[in-house]
Write a protein that binds this ligand. Structure first.
Ligand code: AMP
Length: 435
């Protein structure tokens, strides 16, 4: 399969060659012909699958093939976070470098005026987060009456983040005769409802396996006492201090504290979270990408969708409260064919969270002690143990370690009593249809 055989124009093929893309990813191979034919598209694909190019390439081709009749924006991409918006814009510009297509990005947290000026000068493609786009709609600084193509990127995330009313408002301002492309990690019921209401006989493509975790990722857990976690993190990071590592923290405060600790220990680190200004986030991401810093500590929301190529390792300093977020976190590694390591430092009070994650992954997770950091109490991984409520600490119970399978290289797969839970989750997460 080649990009040529998908019917893409020479100007796009040239840009792709310059990007070093040799062949389309599965979502690109499935989606691009459907979009070029003009159909609405419902696509199940996560970040890391090449989904941005899957909509950006045919969208650019459509704009290039049919010259503009007005100066109004012709395509709108809605996405949940600022980082994603900026990234999509970067990708779009790279793919459009031999075309005359102008794009602009619109998100909150920065001034309105530069955005208003860009819109006034005239753009073909707007990449926006819903909230700020609505601000522009209210101020009448954007005209959406010429939109021919709408892309809803990470639609499930947008719904999770409460953007449904905003989406409906934007959708009602768009021409009914348009092409709509919806990308989502899953085809859960609310996504289907959105598609039913706002799309026209969409074709469905799905390339994500049920649990959407690439097989190229190795999952490893290091049990450790909570109070020794940061030392263990330092130990792990010091093993290869040149390696770019993304570290996840559950809280913003925790992320800041960790960065201070790492900096005091001589590592170059920065935090990225919701309390940081847009400029600080952009700078941290830029510094990380350029190698100026080697450790980026992020919270779940801030890290969602950030595009960092082929990160060899992602470390969960804290496990996420929601097992699904683990899948999003580790989506930052093992991308586009590269192998990755997802390393979790897990304290006893996180045993329940780890159980949930193992159940969701339905995959062996190697649990290994690190010499010198062995925990005083083992993780509790037996299926029967009650799961602690969110934020509720589990009492330490030495001696109840029958779920323990420590020992180097030893793996633990989900046992039989997890299977029913697995089946249920898979049903919920599995896309309804495949193209
Ligand atoms: P996305 O899922 O859109 O966030 O893309 C994930 C990463 O894969 C990005 O860094 C893209 O630049 C890269 N990528 C997308 N398509 C291809 C391709 N066909 N070959 C190689 N890399 C790609």
């Amino acid at each position: 399969m080649s990009f040529e055989s998908l019917g893409l124009a020479p100007a796009l093929l040239r840009a792709l060659a310059e990007q070093g893309y040799a062949e389309p990813t599965p979502i690109q191979a499935a989606a691009i012909p459907v979009v070029l034919e003009g159909h609405d598209l419902l696509a199940a694909a996560q970040t890391g699958t090449g989904k941005t190019a899957a909509f950006a390439l045919p969208l650019l081709q459509r704009l290039a093939d049919t010259p503009a009749t007005t100066r109004k924006p012709r395509a709108l991409v809605l996405t949940p976070t600022r980082e994603l918006a900026a990234q999509i814009d970067d990708n779009l510009r790279a793919y459009a470098r031999h075309l005359k297509v102008r794009s602009t990005v619109i998100f909150g947290g920065v001034g309105m005026n530069p955005q208003i000026n860009a819109l006034r000068r005239g753009v073909d493609v707007i990449i926006a987060t819903p909230g700020r786009l609505i601000d522009h709609m209210q101020q009448r600084t954007v005209d959406l009456s010429g939109i021919e193509v709408l892309v809803l990127d990470e639609a499930d995330r947008m719904l999770d983040m409460g953007f449904l009313p905003a989406l409906k408002r934007v959708l009602s301002a768009l021409p009914a005769a348009r092409q709509t492309l919806l990308f989502s990690a899953t085809f859960a019921a609310p996504i289907k409802a959105l598609a039913m209401q706002f799309m026209h006989q969409p074709r469905e493509v799905s390339v994500t396996p049920p649990n959407t975790v690439t097989q190229l990722i190795t999952h490893r857990v290091h049990p450790v006492d909570a109070e020794r976690k940061r030392d263990l993190l330092l130990h792990v990071l010091s093993e290869d201090s040149r390696r770019q590592t993304l570290v996840f923290s559950r809280t913003k405060h925790g992320a800041d504290k960790l960065v201070k600790f790492l900096e005091a220990s001589g590592l170059r680190a920065a935090a990225i979270h919701g309390n940081k200004s847009q400029n600080a986030r952009t700078r941290a991401l830029g510094d990380f990408k350029s190698g100026r810093i080697t450790v980026l500590v992020a919270t779940d929301i801030a890290a969602r969708g950030i595009d960092i190529d082929q990160l060899p390792v992602v470390i969960n300093y804290d496990l996420p409260m929601v097992a699904e977020d683990y899948v999003h976190r580790i989506g930052r590694t093992g991308r586009a064919g590269a192998e990755g390591l997802a390393l979790s430092l897990v304290s006893h009070d996180e045993s329940g969270l780890l159980r949930d994650i193992r159940r969701l992954l339905d995959k062996d997770v190697a649990i290994t002690d690190v010499a010198g950091f062995e925990p005083s109490a083992p993780l509790r991984l037996d299926a029967g143990a009650p799961r602690p409520k969110q934020g509720q600490r589990q009492p330490r119970q030495g001696g109840q370690g029958n779920g323990r399978a420590h020992g180097h290289g030893q793996s633990q797969g989900a046992n039989g009593s997890h299977a029913a839970g697995n089946r249920k989750r898979q049903r919920r997460r599995r896309p309804a249809a495949k193209a």
